[in-house]
Design a protein around this ligand. Structure first.
Ligand code: SF4
Length: 201
């Protein structure tokens, strides 16, 4: 499921509940299709937003898994991205977290944080994925993505908390934007005429 709801927590919680309920590893493919067709999971995904589109994607994905892959989830990025509703980011999450195959999902946090620090230079997720994968051994890809996502959620938010950040000294954005802004503000304050306080009578 995509994470377009206001916070990602409900999506993660719902996804965990669905997976627990589905028990995908002992779940016959025909039952998978039937359960999804009958929309048994709709109440579970309702609160994540766009649930009709997500239900449609789940149905298409389950049917494609049954028809094209014998009910097994393929451990291959290109094959995964042919499934309805599965983009490159989701495919990499499945590879890295469910199948033990190196994958580096690039979401909005990875995109923002890696560009700010200077680990990557692009506004295109696919290009950032290539740059990060080229810079890291495959065994570190999934953990690197998780780390950047957490850092983006907690510290390097759209309005970054640079004073609480442990990579400040190695961050391009901090050196080139934040430090300059602070120096400019200091100069402006130094030029401003000082107010002279007068005692009230
Ligand atoms: S120093 Fe600021 S911009 Fe750089 S990674 Fe940390 S929070 Fe983000």
């Amino acid at each position: 499921m995509g994470t377009r709801s206001r916070t990602e927590f409900p999506v993660i919680t719902k996804t965990a509940k669905i997976i627990k309920k589905m028990r995908p590893f002992d779940w016959p493919p025909e039952a998978a299709c039937r359960d999804v067709r009958e929309c048994k999971y709709k109440p579970l995904i309702h609160s994540t937003g766009f649930f009709r589109a997500k239900a449609k994607a789940l149905i298409g994905m389950a049917q494609a898994l049954v028809n094209d892959y014998g009910g097994r989830v393929p451990a291959d990025l290109d094959a995964l991205t042919t499934l309805p509703g599965v983009g490159r980011k989701t495919a990499n999450v499945v590879l890295g977290h469910a199948l033990g195959v190196p994958g580096l999902p690039v979401d909005r946090h990875v995109l923002r944080v890696s560009n700010r620090i200077g680990l990557a230079r692009s506004d295109k997720p696919e290009v950032v994925e290539q740059q990060l994968c080229a810079a890291l051994p495959a065994s570190r890809w999934t953990l690197a993505s998780d780390t950047l996502i957490l850092h983006g959620r907690r510290i390097c938010k759209p309005r970054p908390l640079c004073d609480s950040c442990s990579v400040q000294d190695d961050c391009d954005y901090f050196r080139t934007v934040i430090v300059r802004e602070r120096r400019a503000a200091d100069r402006k304050n130094a030029r401003a005429p000082k107010r002279i306080r007068t005692a009230r009578r």
